[in-house]
Design a protein around this ligand. Structure first.
Ligand SMILES: C[S@@+](CC[C@H](N)C(=O)[O-])C[C@H]1O[C@@H](n2cnc3c(N)ncnc32)[C@H](O)[C@@H]1O
Length: 361
């Protein structure tokens, strides 16, 4: 190797090591090393508790009260979400899996080298396995960076590691945004970023564009981004998916109040609330709420906050936007992505979109 090339590689790797340490330091992560192939970064506990308490007291103090959907995912919430994925009415999971299964031969066409797999909202990492199976056709070793706000990440990573011997996992237990900050300038390796489950649909239109811009600015020229989006469809199919007959989605929605009770020392009486989910056709989104069944007041001790609710008053907990193909093209265009391919299921219910920053491929 020529001397100055070696020097440049050395300087670059020291710089990228320094930058990644700086990001980790600024975001005040603690590193947990399980073994040589599995490590996690987690923010400190005080930071998490403070932000939960601050955000909840702010959002429940608005005229239109809301709770951010990221707070659904404590241990119980993540377990309930896994149950939702297996419900007969909840078509998104099995539909997206059916598309992923079709990509075994097609996706590798876009891979002209090795990629690290980065997953936003990795959850149980069940779908991840299908992507790992595709990547292992081309590369022997794979680095995987799951990013998830829930501790479920640690369990699913351990299971993945058991089943994929050549996998190196670095988990970031934090929000998507902080995970992307962590990744930015981490090193020179190419990333395939995936964001599945139509979780993107939780963002409002403006937030969604801002988020895509953030992903775009995190990506290097030859990185790829694969996103799963739910499509506009029959209202009954949509409303049934969020109002299942076994009441699991209702439990999932109400569980956020149990979480506030447990972690912020609050006295929400769950019997005084009902799950309410409707499809707003104009806004093209499922809107999920907790409806107050009585006039009531609630104290959230650790947030130093008390809340009054009128009978039938709603607390908004989730949006789940649905898209048309035209809107997907528009969205990617506006956020300076180039669509490499869009794959649909046989009923046109769900779309997987592969994009890049440049037209290189
Ligand atoms: C709807 S689930 C999807 C899980 C999986 N990707 C799938 O497709 O089945 C959303 C996942 O993202 C995580 N999550 C939700 N909001 C988040 C946020 N703001 N930042 C990081 N993770 C988040 C949740 O813990 C959960 O595991």
């Amino acid at each position: 190797m020529p001397d100055d090339l070696g020097k440049r590689i050395y300087v670059k790797s020291v710089l990228s090591y320094y930058l990644s340490r700086t990001v980790q330091k600024n975001l005040s992560y603690k590193k947990y090393r399980v073994d040589s192939k599995l490590q996690y970064f987690k923010p400190n506990f005080q930071k998490i508790e403070k932000s939960f308490s601050d955000e909840i007291s702010f959002s429940l103090n608005q005229d239109l009260k809301y709770i951010h959907p990221k707070f659904f995912y404590d241990k119980k919430g993540s377990e309930l979400f896994e149950k939702i994925c297996n419900l007969p009415e909840y078509y998104p999971t099995r539909t997206e899996i059916s598309i992923l299964k079709k990509l075994k031969d097609e996706l590798p066409r876009y891979f002209d080298g090795s990629f690290r797999l980065v997953e936003l909202g990795s959850g149980s990492s069940v779908k991840t396995r299908l992507i790992l199976d595709i990547l292992t056709q081309n590369q022997e070793k794979i680095e995987y960076f799951p990013i998830d706000i829930s501790e479920i990440l640690t369990e699913s990573s351990a299971l993945l590691q058991r089943d994929y011997k050549h996998l190196n996992i670095t988990g970031i237990v934090d929000t998507y945004e902080c995970g992307l900050e962590f990744l930015k300038n981490y090193d020179d390796k190419r990333n395939l970023i995936i964001f599945l489950g139509s979780s993107f649909g939780n963002f409002t239109t403006d937030e969604g564009k801002e988020f895509l811009n953030k992903i775009n600015s995190t990506m290097k020229e030859d990185d790829l981004f694969l996103i799963g989006l739910d499509l506009v469809k029959n209202k009954m199919i949509l409303e049934n998916a969020y109002n299942d007959s076994q009441g699991v989605t209702a439990q999932f929605n109400l569980n956020v109040l149990s979480r506030i009770n447990d972690e912020l020392d609050a006295d929400f009486n769950l019997k005084n609330f009902a799950h309410y989910a409707i499809y707003n056709e104009n806004a093209q989104r499922i809107e999920m709420y907790l409806k107050s069944l009585v006039n009531q007041s609630v104290i959230i001790s650790k947030a130093n906050f008390s809340l009054t609710l009128k009978k039938n008053e709603l607390i908004h907990t989730e949006h789940s936007h649905k898209y048309t193909l035209f809107q997907i093209h528009e969205l990617m265009n506006q956020t300076e992505f180039i669509i490499k391919n869009i794959w649909l299921d046989q009923n046109d219910h769900f779309a997987l979109i592969l994009v890049s920053k440049t037209s290189k491929f």
